[in-house]
Design a protein around this ligand. Structure first.
Ligand SMILES: Nc1nc(=O)c2c([nH]1)NC[C@@H]1CN(c3ccc(C(=O)N[C@@H](CCC(=O)O)C(=O)O)cc3)C=[N+]21
Length: 281
């Protein structure tokens, strides 16, 4: 193995220790940070993620409230719960786990969350703040990816970064964060005819597609840095990312593992956004 592993668990531990100190300072002033997590329906993956988020809060001294509802919860009832949490001074962040059941409009739900509590960074306002370079909540997954890149000591200025994927939660905000760090950014997606043509020119590749083996070793320039946002299952049901880790690690300079890379950092940045929200008061 020639590539250096970028360890999302180790970096999370370091950042979570800092978060715990900030949480303790707020708690000592009678302002303990609070996060509400809402889960609608019984999707098993969502149950695991939500449980992990609640556990992470407990570990750093953030008060958390988990609300679970049946899949037939009405949109109106969900909006009512959000309004109550918006008005609750003990809650500084509200996260509604995605995806929602089909009868609920996710845009309506996200926009119902008070801007000051949008710790997922999913609202139109948060997206606009990111686009404009204003202060605001950054979406947790791309924010975590930036911290992972930073941890390698890589200066992104003038580097060519290729983002694969254009989702509102990962690909698009990732491209904007890389741009803000002065990288030259290319966004590739499902309609890109020859993905390798772009990735072979990349100093940094962020794969956020949701399909395993999207990036193979022949598509990676020697010495490139590879961030794998994918969360897929292989034929044995084992968790794997979007990149062919076993072969790319022989070519890349740095690479994130799955699990243990981006996933834990997503939760860490959620905790960070919640602390920042509580500090703003
Ligand atoms: N409103 C909302 N906000 C989200 O941030 C959000 C969401 N909805 N819906 C689903 C996605 C997915 N997501 C993950 C977070 C952590 C891991 C994670 O910790 N993964 C572990 C492995 C976990 C396992 O073993 O299954 C790892 O990569 O090491 C994974 C996925 C947050 N999401």
């Amino acid at each position: 193995m020639s590539a250096q592993l970028i360890d999302g668990i180790a970096l999370s531990q370091k950042l979570r220790a800092e978060i715990a100190e900030r949480a303790a300072a707020l708690t000592a002033q009678g302002r303990q940070p609070g996060l509400a997590v809402i889960l609608v329906g019984e999707d098993p993956a969502s149950q695991v993620y939500v449980r992990n988020k609640v556990k992470a809060c407990g570990d750093v001294g953030i008060h958390s409230v988990m609300e679970k509802y049946d899949a037939d919860l009405s949109e109106a009832a969900l909006l009512e719960r959000i309004a109550a949490l918006n008005a609750d001074p003990s809650i500084h962040g509200i996260l509604v786990q995605m995806p929602l059941p089909k009868h609920i409009n996710p845009h309506k739900v996200i926009e119902a969350i008070a801007a000051s509590k949008d710790v997922d960074g999913y609202s139109v306002l948060s997206a606009g703040e990111l686009m404009t370079g204003l202060e605001g909540f950054r979406p947790c997954t791309p924010y975590g990816c930036m911290k992972l890149i930073e941890a390698t000591g890589t200066d992104l200025r003038g580097k060519h970064a290729v983002v694969i994927g254009r989702s509102n939660t990962v690909g698009k905000p990732m491209a904007l964060l890389l741009l803000q760090a002065n990288a030259t950014v290319t966004i590739c997606h499902s309609a890109t005819p020859d993905l390798g043509l772009y990735t072979r020119q990349a100093d940094v590749i962020v794969a956020a597609v949701g399909r395993r083996n999207t990036l193979t070793a022949d598509m990676v320039k020697p010495g490139a840095l590879v961030i794998d946002v994918g969360m897929n299952r292989d034929e044995n049901g084992k968790l794997c990312g979007d990149v062919d880790f076993a072969n790319i690690k022989e070519v890349a300079s740095h690479i994130t593992p799955v699990p243990g890379g981006v996933g834990p950092m997503t939760i860490t940045m959620l905790l960070m956004n919640t602390i920042e929200s509580a500090e703003r008061g």
